[in-house]
Design a protein around this ligand. Structure first.
Ligand SMILES: Nc1ncnc2c1ncn2[C@@H]1O[C@H](COP(=O)(O)OP(=O)(O)OP(=O)(O)O)[C@@H](O)[C@H]1O
Ligand SMILES: [Mg+2]
Length: 302
């Protein structure tokens, strides 16, 4: 067994805000989240809106500091590093966002946008060599290199996401956080982008934290999956085990909402209700291994 590429230990992030009548309240966006990602592995992070998936992604990337817990990348505690010492890690960890249009600079030719990280990190040689590298990146993500001179508005949503991915892989990262990278795309395009991620994973040995709503894509793409609810992971494990033998009532409810492509099964599909608002974690709840690394959050009496 090789060592994990990413180790997340007991991450916690609270947001203090003011609500109605100026009342202060605290959102426990991420509350004791731990997981690992092995080199070349894809971990799917799923859960309802507001469960803390994006916050987890930002903490992992160091875009925000946790209140508690730590993030180790290649056995290095990122929280202990100075800005300068972090720079090489920023090259190795990249991100793809949900909305490629918001991520792109509308006044920058997409070729320059993909080239930018090479310039910032002094990689890819002279201007001519960098151009060749950008053309290669365009081909890798399935775009015609002739598009390099175009502006973002001249692309479709799927093409823009390909540009975002080209930039993210420009520095040959080992790890990518993809935060709902297909949610904003047409259904017909989603599978193409998921296939692109799969190709990159195979060609580059890229490890991926894939944050998603669409559970069928997660099943297709991810080696392991973690299910988040109200800032905590309630179930995690190999994708097959979690999908075929879900133990936590929240996971069971999530899966029961996924349409099945077989009409005979689809007719008999029953949605399992789950009231997330009313759900309270059992006191002293911890992750229990129900076999083969399939972990379920359970109270002591379960
Ligand atoms: N900067 C912030 N200030 C205050 N509250 C925040 C902030 N960012 C996130 N939150 C809150 O933290 C919780 C988790 O948010 P987060 O964006 O991580 O959820 P998510 O699982 O990514 O949801 P979605 O599926 O809708 O993207 C939410 O209740 C959200 O309102
Ligand atoms: Mg989010």
């Amino acid at each position: 067994m090789s060592a994990p590429l990413l180790q997340v230990e007991g991450l916690r992030r609270l947001y203090r805000s003011r609500g109605w009548m100026g009342r202060r309240f605290v959102t426990r966006a991420v509350d004791g989240v731990s997981f690992t990602v092995m080199p070349g592995e894809t971990l799917g992070l799923v859960g309802e809106s507001g469960s803390g998936k994006s916050t987890t992604g930002r903490l992992v990337l160091g875009l925000e500091a946790p209140d508690q817990g730590r993030v180790l990348f290649d056995a290095t505690d990122l929280g202990q590093l100075s800005q300068a010492a972090r720079k090489p890690f920023r090259k190795r960890m990249q991100v793809v966002f949900q909305d490629p249009y918001a991520a792109l600079n509308p006044r920058m030719r997409v070729g320059e946008f993909v080239e930018e990280p090479l310039v910032v990190h002094g990689q890819g040689g002279n201007a001519g060599e960098r151009r060749d590298r950008v053309a290669d990146l365009f081909r890798t993500v399935g775009l015609d290199p002739a598009f390099m001179r175009r502006f973002p508005h001249e692309f479709s949503g799927g093409q823009r996401q390909r540009v975002g991915i080209a930039r993210a892989i420009a520095l040959n990262p080992e790890f990518l956080v993809a935060d709902e990278p297909i949610t904003a795309l047409d259904v017909s395009i989603q599978a193409q982008i998921v296939n692109l991620f799969q190709d990159l994973q195979q060609q580059m040995g890229l490890a991926l934290l894939f944050i998603a709503h669409d559970l069928s894509m997660v099943r297709y793409l991810c080696n392991r999956v973690a299910v988040m609810l109200k800032g905590r992971i309630v179930e995690a494990g190999p994708t097959g085990a979690v999908f075929d033998d879900a133990r936590h009532p929240y996971t069971q409810a999530l899966l029961s909402a996924v349409p099945v492509p077989d009409p005979a099964i689809e007719r008999g599909r029953r949605r399992i209700p789950f009231d997330a608002g009313a759900f309270v974690f059992p006191p002293e709840a911890t992750m229990h291994d129900v076999g083969g690394g399939h972990l379920v959050l359970q109270g002591e009496d379960a």
